[in-house]
Write a protein that binds this ligand. Structure first.
Ligand SMILES: CC(C)(COP(=O)(O)OP(=O)(O)OC[C@H]1O[C@@H](n2cnc3c(N)ncnc32)[C@H](O)[C@@H]1OP(=O)(O)O)[C@@H](O)C(=O)NCCC(=O)NCCS
Length: 170
């Protein structure tokens, strides 16, 4: 991790970021979603991990509306290059992105992701139960909801996800 830099993703890197997601997930869906989030102006934060000028990791945070108000965030897509997985890069990206969402009006963050991965960062399925979304169950988790301005409500995801579950679904 010591020689990995984490910084905001740049617009000229969008193709490389999309390709990294497609490579890590093994299909074109997460790259498409990332492009749509950027192109539709729905991204809140995009971070990349870089080693020796090579993109090795990416995390996206996007806006979610709660009962019509812009007051929450979603996590994903998130990808680490297969050669660099399980070396701590994903954890570093998640922690950096969550800190930014906390600093930004203490936004609660939602994820549909691996139930064995996200709880280590404080995500919990119980915390998501008061929110209605097109998905539910142990993979649908919330972070920071106890300190947020909203404690319940209907979530509206960006149109990048229309017809599809959000990324990171287990
Ligand atoms: C899942 C992913 C983002 C994790 O990032 P990472 O940098 O490899 O993970 P870290 O090094 O920070 O953390 C490693 C830990 O995560 C666990 N982990 C990795 N992938 C996991 C998965 N799919 N499900 C559950 N746990 C997972 C490892 O077992 C390890 O656990 P340990 O600390 O108890 O040994 C990365 O493996 C990846 O890009 N996978 C393919 C794309 C994907 O599934 N993205 C969605 C993420 S939900």
């Amino acid at each position: 991790m010591s020689d990995i830099a984490i910084r905001p993703g740049r617009s000229e890197e969008l193709s490389d970021i999309a390709a990294l997601n497609d490579h890590a997930f093994g299909g074109p869906e997460e790259g498409r979603i990332t492009r749509a989030l950027w192109n539709n102006g729905d991204t809140l934060l995009s971070l990349v991990a870089v080693k020796d000028n090579k993109l090795v990791g990416h995390i996206e945070m996007f806006r979610i509306r709660v009962d019509g108000a812009d007051c929450a965030a979603g996590l994903g897509p998130m990808s680490i290059h297969p050669d660099y997985q399980k070396t701590g890069i994903g954890s570093a990206l998640v922690r950096r992105a969550l800190a930014a969402m906390h600093a930004a009006q203490r936004l609660p963050v939602f994820v549909l992701g691996h139930p064995d991965y996200y709880p280590r960062f404080g995500f919990s399925a119980d915390a998501a139960e008061a929110f209605s979304a097109p998905w539910s169950g142990p993979a649908f988790m919330a972070w920071g909801a106890d300190e947020a301005s909203v404690s319940e409500g209907q979530l509206t995801y960006p149109r990048a996800f229309a017809g599809d579950p959000p990324p990171n679904a287990a």
